[in-house]
Design a protein around this ligand. Structure first.
Ligand code: ADP
Ligand code: MG
Length: 324
C-alpha cells in the first residue's frame, strides 16, 4: 500500500518533469529534445573539421605511418573515423592505388574474435572452424591479392584498440607488417610498401601503454589529437541540433543559423566547461534545457543565457572531471 503511494508520487514527479521539458521544446519549435543522445547520429548533425580530416587522409595516402586517433571519451574519435571511412573509398594514392576499407567497432575482443571481426569487416570468407591464425592468413592473402590484382590498399579502422585482449594485438601487428618477407620473396614484382594501413583510436593513456607494450606498432604509428570544438564550432553543434529537432536541418546554412533560445555567451560558457568535447557540450546543453524549462514554467521565459549556463557549468564541473 505504502509502496503504491510512493510509486505514484515518483511517477507523478517524472511526468511533471517530462511535461515541463516538453513545454520548453514546444516553445522553441522543436519536436523532441535537441540534446537527445542518438545511437546512430545522423551525419547532418556533424560539425566537420575539414583540415583535421585532410591530415588523417593525407597520412593514409602517403602510406608511411599507421594512425592513432587520440582523444578523451566523447571527443569525436568515432565520428572522425566515420568521416574518414566515407572519404577514403573515393580517393587514390600517388601510385594510383584505391582503398578498400574495414571497420571494427566492437571492443573486448579475443584473438579469434578479432581475426573474425577483421575478416568480416573486409568481406573476406573463412570457416568458423578455423584457428585465428588461419583466418588472419586468409585476410593477408586476400589483402595481397587485392593490392596486386585490384590496385587496392586496405585501410583498417579499429575503435578503442586498447580495449581488446592483448592476444588480439598480435593479429593487428601481423597485418601492420604486411607484406611478409615470404610474400616479398615469392612475388615477381617488387612489393616495397605496406599493403594494410591501420587507423586506430583510443585515449592518451592507452597510447602511452601502447608505446610501452607494443613499440613494434607504436614506432610506426602517428598519434593525432582530435581537435576540440572551438566556440564557432560549438555554436554550429548546438545550431545543427536545434535545426534537426525543428525539422529544418536540410535548410541548415553554416554561415547563417539560429541558436536561440541560447545566447552566444551561454554557448561560450558551456564550451569552456566542456573543453570543446562534443559529448560534454551535449550534456551541458541538456542541463541548461532543464533549468530553462523550469524558468519557462515559472516566468514564461525559455532563454538560456549567461546565468543558466554558468550555473550548469559549475554543477557539471565536478561530474565531468570525474568521468574523465
Ligand atoms: N564533429 C562532431 N559534430 C557533431 N557531433 C559530434 C562531433 N564529434 C562528436 N560528436 C558527437 O559527440 C558524441 C561523442 O562522439 P564520438 O565520436 O562517439 O566520441 P569518441 O569516439 O571520441 O568517444 C556523439 O554523440 C557524436 O555524435
Ligand atoms: Mg568512440
Amino acid at each position: 500500500m505504502t509502496i503504491a503511494i510512493h510509486e505514484s508520487a515518483l511517477i507523478r514527479h517524472f511526468n511533471t518533469r517530462k511535461e515541463t521539458l516538453r513545454m520548453w521544446e514546444e516553445k522553441i519549435g522543436c519536436r523532441f529534445s535537441p540534446f537527445r543522445g542518438f545511437k546512430m547520429p545522423d551525419s547532418r548533425l556533424y560539425v566537420e573539421h575539414p583540415d583535421f580530416l585532410d591530415a588523417i587522409v593525407d597520412l593514409v595516402l602517403t602510406n608511411e605511418r599507421h594512425i592513432f586517433l587520440r582523444g578523451t571519451v566523447g571527443s569525436g574519435k568515432s565520428t572522425l573515423m566515420l568521416l574518414a571511412l566515407r572519404d577514403l573509398p573515393t580517393l587514390a594514392d600517388r601510385r594510383g592505388n584505391k582503398f578498400i576499407t574495414g571497420y571494427v567497432g566492437m571492443t573486448g575482443l579475443y584473438e579469434k574474435q578479432m581475426a573474425a571481426a577483421i575478416a568480416d569487416s573486409l568481406r573476406i570468407k573463412y570457416r568458423r572452424s578455423w584457428e585465428s591464425s588461419q583466418i588472419i592468413e586468409a585476410v593477408a592473402e586476400e589483402c595481397l591479392r587485392r593490392y596486386i590484382e585490384e590496385n587496392s590498399r586496405t585501410a583498417l579502422f579499429i575503435e578503442d584498440v586498447a580495449d581488446n585482449q592483448e592476444a588480439a594485438f598480435h593479429k593487428l601487428r601481423f597485418l601492420a607488417d604486411l607484406p611478409t618477407e615470404e610474400m616479398i620473396e615469392e612475388h615477381p614484382d617488387p612489393l616495397d610498401e605496406p599493403i594494410v594501413t591501420l587507423i586506430m583510436s583510443g585515449t592518451a593513456e592507452y597510447w602511452n601503454a601502447m608505446l610501452n607494450f607494443l613499440p613494434q606498432i607504436a614506432d610506426r604509428t602517428e598519434p593525432l589529437d582530435v581537435p576540440p570544438l572551438d566556440d564557432a564550432k560549438a555554436k554550429e553543434f548546438i545550431g545543427r541540433r536545434i535545426a534537426y529537432a525543428r525539422g529544418t536541418i536540410d535548410e541548415f546554412d553554416k554561415k547563417d543559423f539560429d541558436i536561440s533560445p541560447f545566447s552566444d555567451e551561454a554557448i561560450e560558457i558551456i564550451n569552456d566547461a566542456a573543453g570543446g568535447n562534443p559529448r560534454d557540450i551535449r550534456m551541458l546543453a541538456r542541463g541548461c534545457q532543464q533549468v530553462a524549462a523550469e524558468n519557462l514554467k515559472q516566468r514564461g521565459d525559455p532563454a538560456v543565457g549567461r546565468e543558466i549556463a554558468s550555473l550548469v557549468a559549475d554543477a557539471y564541473d565536478t561530474i565531468l572531471r570525474e568521468v574523465r
